[in-house]
Design a protein around this ligand. Structure first.
Ligand code: ASP
Length: 582
């Protein structure tokens, strides 16, 4: 038997017990006649003591040879510690060691295995197995597992069936580039890795499975933005004989369940907001509603005077920054520089200080009276002590810029507390989205998303304003899930393909299997998918998904530990009938 206890479980009540422990040497202190070793495993740290008087000299000498991260097994007696350590659960005791066996030696690790390590990110990724020995990384992985278990518990309790769908498939239409895999047996042909199991889960509904879920790897070959992974995990779900309302209700319940089980948080509000409202109030389709600072449209007031910039703008919109009236000139100038950065792109910013005495001081006092500014304050919800920041220009662009400013200011004001959770549904997304590059409409969600029945007429006359039965679950400024009610009618699906610019032949070539399936009694169905990595990182109170993935890729999509992607040898290429030309 390698151990009788783990390294986190012995207490004062175990004093005098004879125990066997095994684990890694976290560190040792050598006093010459006495050696202390911190022995670590997943469960904790237990202090070992080697003492030439109470044990023997040979053993002490052996202990002196131990290096960091050696794997050892010891047998000994639990004794009371002289100087207790209240910071760890095993801090009242130590093990007086009687025998020591080195199970595995270790080179000196390239970074310290401590909560705060000296290792840089790339180095830690290269030696991820050592990084995983560190508490924060290990705890994140355990947390992820716990969330996955709770998802399964919840869904299994509601009759969902977990089904695995294939990984070697044909291109799926989620709008990103596919990763492809050459087929050796079918010369010149390729599989694609799924961007999501979308079509398969719809086929499972045609198959009568009624409620499906899967915690599943998906692959998208996108240019890597910060904190995106080329392979990521979804909680993918689909249900039959449901309407949007049913889907929202069950996954609201699941979100509440997860927050309760893994964070012990009771969510009170779970609002629903239309896409349009989200854009107007927050300039963003994934609003962070942990704090206010809602947009106030002041176009009508601002355009009523002689200020050219505002008069020429499509939209004049502001937010109230709590306590901002006390900002110095210099601080405000810095803020103006911030919105003018190319990443934000505003031309400038007008501001109004709402003084404690009820008066206003603005950067456009020349044009606007105190009464005018009072209207702005009213529209933005500003009160005494606040600063109103105003941007203007083309509506969509300006909203985006003000949204960036809102998030930045909230961050600086500490309003984005990671231990506060504010989920909401954003509903009624547009069905189509204009793409400047290809000069045509694309499905905003995917081509199987159902338009709102009352908007179908607009498909040919006003396609940009057709709303979809599509919804996103948003939490703390992040989209953590999204889905839609599906088209289950062959004709409507054909109409959609047509509007998306597919010829009937192209649609048949790509999605013939789905359209065929719809010929055999397709039930009404709807579903959604959660981004599992993101969900876990937000629940875990952290922003980076990499920290919750056991073996993540770096920002250039590389696994620096196994060194992938990599070339393959000529023999393999030949078998695949591939030629590499670079
Ligand atoms: N397949 C969709 C996605 O990956 C989710 C859904 O519509 O269920 O975003």
């Amino acid at each position: 038997m390698y151990r009788t206890h783990d390294c986190g479980s012995l207490r004062a009540s175990d004093i005098n017990a004879e125990v066997t422990l095994a684990g890694w040497v976290q560190k040792s202190r050598d006093k010459g006649f006495m050696v202390w070793v911190d022995l670590r495993d997943r469960y904790g740290i237990t202090q070992l003591i080697f003492d030439e008087e109470r044990t023997d000299k040979a053993l002490l000498e052996k202990a002196q040879q131990l290096g960091r991260e050696f794997v050892i097994q010891v047998k000994g007696t639990v004794i009371e510690r002289e100087s207790k350590n209240a910071n760890i659960p095993t801090g009242d005791i130590e093990i007086l060691v009687k025998s020591l066996e080195v199970l595995s030696e270790s080179k000196t690790p390239p970074f310290t295995i401590e909560d705060k390590t000296d290792g840089g990110e790339e180095l830690r990724m290269k030696y991820r197995y050592l990084d995983i020995r560190r508490n924060p990384v290990r705890e994140n992985l355990i947390f992820r597992s716990q969330v996955a278990m709770e998802v399964r518990n919840f869904l299994a309790g509601r009759d969902f069936v977990e089904v695995e769908t294939p990984v070697l498939i044909k291109s799926t239409p989620e709008g990103a580039r596919d990763f492809v895999v050459p087929s050796r047996m079918n010369e010149g042909q390729f599989y694609a890795l799924p961007q999501s199991p979308q079509t398969f889960k719809q086929l499972l509904m045609v198959g009568g499975l009624d409620k499906y879920f899967q915690i599943v790897k998906c692959f998208r070959d996108e240019d890597l933005r910060a904190d995106r992974q080329p392979e990521f995990t979804q909680i993918d779900c689909e249900m039959s004989f449901v309407e949007q309302e049913d889907v929202l209700n069950i996954f609201e319940e699941m979100t509440r369940h997860l927050l309760k089980k893994v964070k012990n948080v009771d969510v009170t509000d779970f609002p629903r907001m239309t896409y349009r409202e989200a854009m107007e109030k927050y300039g963003n389709d994934k609003p962070d509603i942990r704090f206010g600072m809602e947009f106030g449209d002041i176009s009508a007031f601002a355009k009523a005077r002689d200020f050219k910039i505002f008069n020429e703008a499509e939209l004049v919109v502001g937010i109230a920054v709590p306590g901002g009236a006390s900002y110095t000139r210099k601080e405000i100038d810095k803020l103006i520089d911030w919105v003018k950065r190319p990443q934000v792109g505003a031309m400038g910013m007008v501001y109004v200080k709402c003084n404690e005495d009820g008066s206003f001081k603005s950067s456009v006092d020349k044009f606007y009276s105190q009464e005018d500014l009072a209207q702005w304050a009213e529209a933005t919800g500003a009160t005494a002590g606040d600063l109103i920041c105003v941007l203007s220009g083309p509506a969509d662009k300006t909203r985006g810029q003000l949204s960036a400013l809102r998030m930045e200011l909230a961050e600086r004001l500490g309003l984005r507390d990671p231990e506060v959770f504010a989920p909401l549904w954003v509903i009624d997304f547009p069905l189509l989205e204009w793409d400047e590059d290809t000069e045509r409409y694309h499905a905003m969600h995917h081509p199987f998303t159902s338009p709102k029945p009352e908007d179908i007429d607009k498909l040919s006359t006003d396609p940009g304003n057709v709303r979809a039965n599509a919804y996103d679950l948003v939490m703390n400024g992040n989209e953590i899930g999204g889905g839609s009610v599906r088209i289950f009618d062959k004709q409507l699906q054909a109409l959609m393909f047509d509007h998306l610019g597919f010829t009937p032949e192209e649609a048949r070539a790509q999605f013939g299997f789905l359209m065929d399936a719809f010929e055999y009694g397709a039930p009404p169905h709807a579903g959604l998918a959660f981004g599992f990595d993101r969900l876990v990182s937000i629940l875990g109170g952290q922003e980076t998904i990499r920290d919750f993935i056991a073996f993540p890729k770096n920002n250039s999509g590389r696994d620096v530990m196994i060194d992938a992607p990599a070339t393959i040898d000529d023999e393999q290429l030949k078998e695949l009938n591939l030629k590499v030309t670079v």
